[in-house]
Design a protein around this ligand. Structure first.
Ligand SMILES: [Zn+2]
Length: 394
């Protein structure tokens, strides 16, 4: 970035975060300046990336996170910055510049048109090659597609047909989208973590015609409160067309947390499932205890990923099945031999397993959840099944 373009950045499309630092002077090279944070008063050299990392407390970028930005301010500034980035992304050029540049092509073809027809034909072929390359690069298509006979045949047909002048390729998802208008569409949103541990929120549109992926938003470093999710949802709903949307289905954590406050009287359920997990972890993480347990129980212990369907209920049901095995483990002579290790935790495990009231709670949770569990298990299919739900309910 030259000094001139840095000047432009300062004056025109200013990211909102510049409001929170005072720029002292420019440093030669790059878009670098020396800035002082208005919150903590510390001074740093660097470009906007460092201003952003400092104020939004983004780690791993070689600049200290601001210690004086309150969590409230953080939420507001993060939102402003995100909105700014969304606006900026919208004005970015969609055209991918690849050689040859348009000016060169035009001058070449205009001079070529007056020259030999051989040159014109060669140029036309080359231009088409470039357009195809542009398609591959800009969408990150696999190069193996170039060998696909249908891909080759489609171009051959387009080029050889006399009747295809003005032809525009079809939008492949159009039929799905037309179904939205007639029957409505459900927006489905879910949080996810990718292989690089980046937090993503994905949005899908489900309708009678099928489910279609809309977008995934990288929420790295964002505070995912209800306002944040709400704004994302608004964008998605606008893109789908508000008149088509019949419902929004989500299980995003912040919303669930907001609900958790409302249902505090049910906190004992989470306590019991927490106990069960602690017991399982204790046994699984200590090889000697695990071998004691395996010697005393025919069924093995197992734990489920939390993302699996109804993991807590399955875990509790399994625990009931291995109850006798757990008892046998506790009274086996081996258990006493290891009583010096992890005294507190093993006492906790023993206390819970021998506690009839605790087992009663587990029975109660299972009995309470069973009908809901059955219903969800039956409804967990791609086929429409809402009309069957009323029968199951009886
Ligand atoms: Zn600061």
């Amino acid at each position: 970035m030259s000094a001139d373009s840095a000047e432009e950045d300062f004056n025109s499309s200013l990211p909102p975060l510049w409001k929170f630092v005072s720029v002292e002077h420019k440093i030669s090279g790059g878009g670098n300046v020396r800035f002082t944070c208005n919150y903590c008063g510390k001074s740093f050299p660097g470009s906007f990336v460092r201003v952003k990392s400092h104020l939004l407390k983004i780690g791993g970028t070689g600049i200290a996170k601001c210690t004086r930005v309150s969590s409230n301010d953080l939420v507001i500034t993060q939102r402003e910055q995100r909105e700014f980035e969304t606006r900026a992304a919208k004005v970015l050029p969609k055209e991918v510049p690849l050689p040859p540049s348009n000016s060169r092509t035009n001058s070449f073809s205009s001079s070529a048109s007056t020259g030999t027809s051989m040159g014109t034909r060669l140029q036309a072929r080359q231009d088409l090659d470039y357009e195809i390359a542009r398609m591959f690069y800009s969408s990150g298509l696999a190069f193996s597609l170039a060998k696909n006979p249908y891909y080759i045949r489609s171009y051959t047909r387009a080029v050889n047909s006399k009747h295809l002048a003005g032809y525009v390729p079809p939008g492949l998802l159009e039929p799905l989208k037309t179904a939205w208008k007639g029957k409505g569409v459900s927006i489905v949103s879910d949080g996810w973590t990718d292989a690089q541990r980046r937090s993503l929120i994905s949005f899908m549109a489900a309708s009678e015609g099928g489910t279609m992926f809309l977008q995934a938003v990288n929420c790295e470093g964002e505070y995912k409160d209800k306002y944040f999710i709400c704004n994302l949802l608004k964008e998605v709903i606008l893109s789908v067309g508000p008149q088509n949307v019949v419902q929004v289905i989500t299980d995003n954590a912040p919303n669930t947390q907001a609900n958790a406050e409302t249902y505090e009287e049910c906190s004992w359920v989470t306590e019991v499932t927490g106990d069960v997990m602690a017991i399982e972890n204790f046994i699984v993480n200590h090889p000697m205890r695990l071998s004691m347990f395996n010697a005393n129980s025919q069924l093995k212990l197992f734990s489920l990923a939390e993302t699996r369907f109804a993991s807590s209920i399955i875990m509790l049901k399994r625990l009931k099945l291995i109850k006798q095995g757990l008892f046998n483990m506790l009274v086996s002579p081996n258990w006493a031999n290891y009583r010096e290790d992890n005294v507190q935790k093993s006492a906790f495990v023993k206390e819970k397993i021998l506690n009839d009231l605790w087992w009663d709670k587990i029975d109660y949770i299972i009995a309470l959840m069973e009908p809901i569990y059955e219903m969800l298990r039956k409804a967990d299919t791609d086929k429409p099944c809402l009309h069957l739900v009323y029968d199951w309910w009886d």
